[in-house]
Design a protein around this ligand. Structure first.
Ligand SMILES: [Cu+2]
Length: 158
């Protein structure tokens, strides 16, 4: 009887060790993920300003080429110094990032954002963390604006 239980214990030991390793792995993974996203959110944001058109009402983004790095936090300030409304539309880009918030006036919007419309003189701040490297298109979809060159490119590198 004594020998039997000792034998069982010896046989179980590697299994228990394996189970412990497995459980540690399961427990560590969500904790590590939470830590990673926490530190991504805490890093200082790089500020970038993009103007939608200009006081001369030219149909373009200034600048129209953005180079970002994946895994970094950005504060994208959008302004519209022209006399008509414009859109900042970069749907694939918006799908590839994690939006922390958009601030416009006294309103702070949380959650996924796909497109921003800026009325003449408006300003908005989009705070996000880039996740997926890629080349993403930017445009203003108001009829005639994309065609006139109100387009741009957002490049996210590793
Ligand atoms: Cu426009």
């Amino acid at each position: 009887m004594f020998y039997t239980s000792q034998y069982v214990c010896k046989g179980l030991r590697p299994f228990i060790l394996q189970l412990l390793v497995y459980l540690t792995f399961i427990c560590a993974t969500p904790a590590m993920a939470a830590n990673t996203s926490g530190s991504l959110l805490k890093q200082p944001a790089t500020e970038i300003t993009v103007r939608l058109s200009n006081p001369a009402n030219e149909l373009k983004f200034e600048p129209n080429h953005l180079e970002l790095v994946a895994g970094k936090r950005y504060q994208l300030r959008l302004t519209n110094p022209s006399q008509q409304k414009h859109y900042f539309t970069a749907k694939d880009f918006a799908d590839s990032i994690w939006t922390q918030k958009v601030e416009a006036g006294k309103v702070e919007i949380k959650g996924a954002i796909h497109e921003l419309e800026l009325k003449p003189g408006a300003e908005a701040e989009w705070v996000f963390v880039t996740l997926k490297p890629g080349n993403y298109g930017l445009r203003c979809p108001i009829p005639g604006h994309t065609e006139a060159g109100m387009t741009g490119e957002i490049v996210v590198t590793n």
